[in-house]
Design a protein around this ligand. Structure first.
Ligand SMILES: N[C@@H](CCC(=O)N[C@@H](CS)C(=O)NCC(=O)O)C(=O)O
Length: 209
């Protein structure tokens, strides 16, 4: 059985949503990112990179890196989440996954983080917004709607939702990003997203102030 190591409200929410959406059998383990621990002890024994998500796919095999985990789930689901390998849409999905991972996700992580990866302080928010705003605008200008790839919900959508969820958490404005706002609202209507927001609850390590 697949086992997802996650912390609430983090990027691990993307594979959590996709696993739920696909109806796959999976278990979860909550990680304390401040202490780097989980129910079984030292989390660095699971992922020496010290971050979530990690997906256990067999007794001794753990996948890391959100984009890779999403694609693994998409392949496993045999559904519509991934276009046929090598097709133009397949490459476009890969481009989105990589863009979200490297240009958005990493730029959301505050340079002032210590324990908390997304502190909601004025200084931190200002710097993060400077970096993410133009990149979000790039997505806005190309978002086909209702989903990133158009009519088909793909493995990239839950990852983009983590970004719009973080926008809300940091109270970033959607004023110039109406398509992203609609995307975020539509994601919240999806049964799998509702369920995972409920299950995960309050975000990990909230030190707003
Ligand atoms: N390159 C990794 C980055 C994962 C990552 O940054 N995870 C954050 C949560 S969103 C984390 O666990 N941070 C803990 C830490 O940096 O101590 C991926 O794409 O999965």
């Amino acid at each position: 059985m697949l086992r997802l190591f996650y912390a609430s409200g983090t990027s691990a929410m993307a594979p959590h949503i996709l696993l739920q959406d696909a109806g796959l059998d999976f278990e979860t383990e909550k990680v304390n990112l401040d202490r780097k621990t989980w129910r079984g002890g030292d989390y660095n024994q699971i992922n020496p990179k010290s971050y979530v998500p990690a997906l256990q796919i067999s007794q001794s095999n753990y996948l890391t890196e959100c984009a890779v985990i999403l694609e693994y789930i998409a392949v496993k689901a045999m559904g519509d989440y991934r276009s046929p390998y090598g097709s133009p849409d397949y490459w476009q999905e890969r481009i989105w996954l990589n863009y979200i991972a490297t240009e958005l996700h990493k730029n959301f992580i505050s340079p002032f983080r210590s324990g908390n990866w997304l502190p909601n302080t004025a200084d931190s928010k200002k710097l993060v917004w400077q970096r993410v705003a133009p990149r979000l605008q790039y997505v806005e200008d190309r978002l086909k709607g209702p989903w990133l790839m158009g009519d088909r919900f793909s493995m990239a959508d839950p990852y983009l939702f983590v970004m719009t969820n973080w926008m809300r958490r940091l109270e970033f404005p959607f004023d110039h990003l109406p398509k992203l706002r609609t995307f975020d609202e539509q994601m919240r209507q999806r049964a799998s997203v509702k369920e995972i927001l409920r299950v995960e609850g309050k975000p990990h390590s909230v030190t707003d102030g």
